[in-house]
Design a protein around this ligand. Structure first.
Ligand code: SAM
Length: 272
């Protein structure tokens, strides 16, 4: 087992000049994400494929930890040390240090010693944080190289919503959720659409966190960019096929309903 209290950065930082960059909100992420409906889905594929499993952009370990608790050997890569630190804290609490191996790396530019993964996945739209096609292809090619023949790859993006993308730029913030942190502080989260760049296929958005203490005093306010590069269904399929994958399923949700142009695009591919 490899425990890296401060992760070593793998690979070279060749993409630093490409805008926009992902900015994390690790301190709120576990209360903030939109739900865990995908965990049973990934557990199903883990049971089908077995260990070892690799998650790219694993964040705070929301999916990795349940897989490790179910007995699988899992490896996770993420660019954000803050997100990985939240994951490490939960690994310690749940005594999972020998089941989970974490690495700090860019998913478009990672290299791991082992190339026998049975299942690689990129959950909850994280592939959309790769902002150009060259890096998307580099990521997919690396996934392909790290899988054993017959291994599975699952990637999820959202189906581009043209009505949303065509809305007026510079929209106002709209409150989307409220929740309590473990320390009792209250969070009001708001989102806003900034603009769409149809040429680069990037939707620029912002997320605002207002944190109030128990007395109702605003103790912190933070706005983070949350930009995503959207990819259409046939485009994603071609990208996967270009690096050698065979696409076997396309779902619209984690209950495995077939893709119907709305909702999610969840593509399941196999290394030939
Ligand atoms: C929405 S979170 C998803 C976290 C986790 N996969 C989950 O399902 O909860 C997106 C994650 O992608 C990571 N990320 C963004 N760009 C990345 C990159 N180029 N390489 C590796 N991780 C990246 C962020 O640090 C963040 O942890």
């Amino acid at each position: 087992m490899i425990h890296q209290p401060q992760s070593k950065m793998m690979g070279t930082q060749k993409n630093q000049n490409i805008m926009p960059q992902y900015t994390d909100y690790a301190e709120y992420y576990d209360q903030d994400h939109g739900g865990d409906s995908d965990i049973a889905f990934y557990l199903d594929y883990a049971k089908k494929c077995g260990s070892p499993i690799l998650e790219l952009a694993c964040g705070t370990g929301r999916v990795l930890l349940p897989l490790a608790n179910a007995g699988f050997e899992v490896h996770g890569i993420d660019l954000s040390e803050n997100m990985l630190n939240v994951c490490r804290l939960k690994m310690k609490q749940q005594n999972l240090f020998d089941k989970i191996h974490l690495y700090r790396a860019n998913m478009s530019n990672f290299e791991m010693e082992r190339k026998d993964f049975t299942l690689v996945y990129i959950a909850v739209r994280s592939f959309m944080h790769i902002f150009n096609q060259k890096d998307q292809l580099a990521c997919l090619a690396q996934v392909y190289r790290h899988l054993r023949p017959g291994g599975y790859f699952i990637v999820n993006v959202y189906a581009p919503n043209l009505r949303k993308l065509l809305q007026e730029p510079d929209a106002a913030f709209v409150v989307t959720s409220e929740y309590e942190l473990d320390n009792g502080n209250h969070i009001i989260r708001s989102d806003r659409f900034v603009r769409n760049d149809p040429l680069l296929q990037i939707q620029y958005s912002e997320r605002k966190f207002e944190e109030y203490d128990r007395t109702g005093r605003l103790v912190r306010q933070r706005v983070v960019p949350l930009d995503t590069r959207y990819t259409f269904r046939y485009e994603l399929q071609l990208l996967l096929e270009k690096v050698g994958f065979h696409v076997i399923d396309i779902f619209r949700d984690y209950a495995k309903h077939p893709f119907d142009s709305t909702g999610e695009i969840i593509m399941v591919a196999v290394k030939k």
